[in-house]
Design a protein around this ligand. Structure first.
Ligand code: GLU
Length: 469
């Protein structure tokens, strides 16, 4: 039997990090089993679907390493609508489903409770099809439905606790539960690896598989992803869109490594491992069923490690979208013609060890490309205190007299200036840094001044001095 798994997102919003995690788990499982990964876009919720979300899913998967053309699909659920209706008809004809025209209010009036499920009123009343008649599945009165789940063992659901659920609406359209099962059936899916949120659907879906006479798949419900308050990640509250992480400058390698650690870990005391190790060692059966904490701080630290591990040339390439403002990434504050690739290359190794996400490259290097630095006024106020004007005067004079404009000479010269005023190097550097870069933190100062050049450095220091008059 060839293993066939599917990833079945609904194109109703930005692609979620939890979705990316499920996609990767499906992807690796298929690869390990010599199986097939199928992408199915569940696009039958016409009111909420948008074509751009579908495109967003495809490009997000591509970014994370599941590239277009390397899987089966995308198939679209809407293309299978005929099969969904045919399955509903088969269930009706075989007596496994029946029509019902009860409203919610009718059921409430009969059961006396708004919490009670459907009471089976139409089970044996022989209502035929018609406008407003929903089709309900006749769940068995006895027995239990045992779900075989690679992560959760064998969750067992008493059939008598499962209401006769709707499989097609009053307008004849099949609901998600049924369409999803029929698609998995027609696509020959053998393993359904999906989020825990769907577990309550699973006994109902398995009953549908049984009723349609096909052996159900093996299930694996991967743990819900939660924030630091143990709340399920939500798009209203948390940063969940994979796209947002891409725009911020997370590397796809770091992201997918981190996502695979949600509920699982490779052997040894390691977390950052090559993708090939994850592909080899990951075991779906080892995934911890408890909720998985999505720790953004940890992800950030991971990303910093991944950035530092890049060869410098690759780091320079990876920064390009932020240096130029490509696609949905905001343009930098300088004009394209102000950018100087050589100057960037000179400071890139210094920046590489200091940033955790690629977007942070911009505030670190903008002083090199802007005609005058963007002054952070709070940093200015904090730094330019009594004595700063005189210090800048001395530093300008000393720098003007320098024969060689290099980091080492700049450093020893400023040290002398500071010592004469009884200041440590850190205190001496601060006003110079703010004058030249506009900020209190950034790349190592003297290397920055060397790359910026004598003229521009001195012009900025003089301008700052004038502001202090
Ligand atoms: N379309 C469903 C979702 O996005 C997935 C259903 C499934 O994986 O079975 O939540």
């Amino acid at each position: 039997m060839t293993v066939r798994v599917r990833f079945a997102p609904s194109p109703t919003g930005m692609f979620h990090v939890g979705g990316a995690r499920s996609a990767l788990q499906n992807w690796i499982y298929a690869k390990q089993q010599g199986g097939v990964f199928v992408l199915r876009i569940e696009d039958t919720d016409a009111a909420r679907n948008k074509p751009e979300w579908t495109e967003g899913i495809l490009s997000a998967l591509d970014w994370i390493g599941i590239s277009r053309g390397s899987y089966e699909g995308p198939h679209f659920q809407s293309e299978n609508a005929g099969e969904h209706r045919a399955a509903a008809a088969r269930l009706y004809e075989s007596g496994r489903a029946y029509y019902c025209d009860c409203t919610r209010e009718d059921v409430q009036a009969r059961t006396g409770s708004q919490y009670q499920g459907y009471d089976g009123y139409h089970r044996d009343r022989g209502l035929g099809p018609g406008p407003g008649h929903a089709l309900r599945f006749r769940t068995p009165d006895e027995g239990a439905t045992v779900v075989v789940d690679l992560i959760r063992g064998e969750p067992t659901f008493e059939n008598k606790l499962i209401e006769d659920f709707v499989i097609a609406r009053g307008d004849g359209s099949p609901v998600f539960l049924l369409a999803n099962v029929v698609d998995d059936m027609t696509m020959g899916i053998t393993h359904v690896i999906r989020a825990e949120e769907h577990l309550p659907n699973t006994p109902k879906q398995q009953l549908l598989w049984d009723a349609l006479g096909v052996k159900p798949p093996i299930w694996a419900h991967v743990p819900v992803v939660v924030n630091e308050k143990r709340q399920k990640l939500s798009k209203r509250r948390d940063k969940v869109a994979l796209e947002a992480y891409r725009e911020e400058g997370y590397l796809p390698g770091a992201m997918r490594n981190y996502l695979m650690l949600l509920g699982w870990a490779p052997s040894g005391d390691r977390e950052i491992v090559p993708w090939s190790v994850i592909e080899e060692e990951f075991r779906l059966e080892e995934v911890n069923p408890s909720p998985a904490f999505f720790d953004e701080k940890k992800l950030r630290a991971f990303n910093g490690d991944y950035i530092r591990a890049l060869p410098v040339a690759e780091f320079v390439d990876a920064c390009q979208p932020w240096l130029t403002g490509t696609g949905t990434i905001a343009p930098p504050p300088w004009q394209p013609e102000e950018f100087d690739a050589d100057a960037f290359a000179a400071v890139a190794p210094l920046a590489q060890t200091r940033i955790a996400v690629l977007s942070e490259i911009v505030p670190n290097v903008d002083f090199l490309f802007l005609a005058s630095p963007l002054i952070d006024e709070a940093a200015w106020a904090k730094t330019m205190k009594d004595g700063s004007a005189e210090l800048l005067d001395d530093a300008v004079a000393a720098f003007e007299a320098l024969e060689s404009w290099d980091a080492e000479s700049l450093k020893s010269t400023l040290e002398v200036v500071g010592t004469a005023r009884g200041l440590k190097l850190g205190k001496t550097q601060a006003p110079v840094r703010v004058a030249v870069t506009g900020r209190t933190v950034g790349l190592p100062l003297f290397e920055s001044l060397e790359v910026l050049g004598r003229e521009r450095t001195l012009t900025r220091m003089r301008a700052a001095r004038l502001r202090l008059v």
